[in-house]
Design a protein around this ligand. Structure first.
Ligand SMILES: [Zn+2]
Length: 245
């Protein structure tokens, strides 16, 4: 199992870091979770363009997790990609496909089949991956325009069980309670270090049997969180490092 955090930045841009994108490879399968700004460049730098990626899974529709998708589609088209691509979205799939056309990207003209699916069914296509609904967007329930009736505030974390390993990618979360029953079995937890209180980060990391990677923060801030609790098996996400399990 190989993992590379291609984008580790928080929502506010940070020099030298990119927005959310994590690559997983096991067997012959290549998946990226989230596709923030800069994802196309990062995939290119990691030699993951063309036909390499099988599936793209978007945790929620905040710009720092999804805005890179349009450039990734344009890149695959221009690279002459041939392999089918599955894109999993948390909600509003029909509206999203219209936005793709708004950018003059026409999947019918692509040299590859593009399928749009719901994150809730990700395990049917990618065995071993489970989508766990989280609370990150629930605070937006009362902020919607009345016309935006199909917004369901869906946001997901993902559990991957493959090759005898268990890995959690939380993406953005507002609380950690859903991790308590899972943490002890995890070989690796990649956790949002921006929205979670420091004491909750540490208490979850203490439960994890393997390593915890702090993600979605400035490198400087994440390193400070690691340094403040040296007894835990914690590291700060590094975009230039491959994690092998
Ligand atoms: Zn985010």
């Amino acid at each position: 199992m190989k993992i590379k955090i291609l984008g580790s930045a928080p929502g506010l841009p940070v020099a030298g870091q990119h927005h959310a994108c994590v690559w997983f490879n096991w067997g012959s399968r290549n998946v990226i979770f989230d596709c923030g700004d800069g994802a196309a460049s990062r995939l290119t730098e990691a030699n993951l363009g063309g036909d390499v990626i099988d599936h793209i899974v978007i945790s929620h529709l905040h710009p720092d997790h999804v805005c890179g998708l349009f450039m990734v589609l344009q890149m695959f088209y221009l690279q002459g990609r041939r392999k089918q691509l599955d894109i999993f979205l948390p909600e509003r799939i029909q509206k999203f496909t219209n936005i793709v056309k708004f950018f003059y990207l026409y999947p019918k003209r692509f040299g590859f089949d593009l399928t749009w699916k719901s994150c809730s069914e990700v395990g049917n296509t990618i065995p071993g991956v489970t989508a766990l609904a989280n609370d990150h967007l629930l605070k937006y329930r009362d902020r919607h325009d009345d016309s935006d009736t199909d917004a369901s505030q869906r946001s997901y974390s993902f559990l991957l069980c493959a090759e005898g390993k268990k890995i959690m990618y939380t993406s953005d979360i507002s609380s950690v309670h859903f991790l308590r029953d899972i943490a002890a079995d995890l070989d690796l937890m990649i956790i949002d270090s921006l929205h979670v209180p420091r004491e909750d980060l540490y208490s979850m990391a203490a439960l994890v049997k393997g390593r915890t990677v702090l993600n979605h923060g400035s490198l400087q801030g994440m390193k400070a969180l690691v340094a403040a609790c040296p007894t835990l098996n914690l590291i700060a996400a590094r975009e230039d490092e491959e994690i092998i399990l």
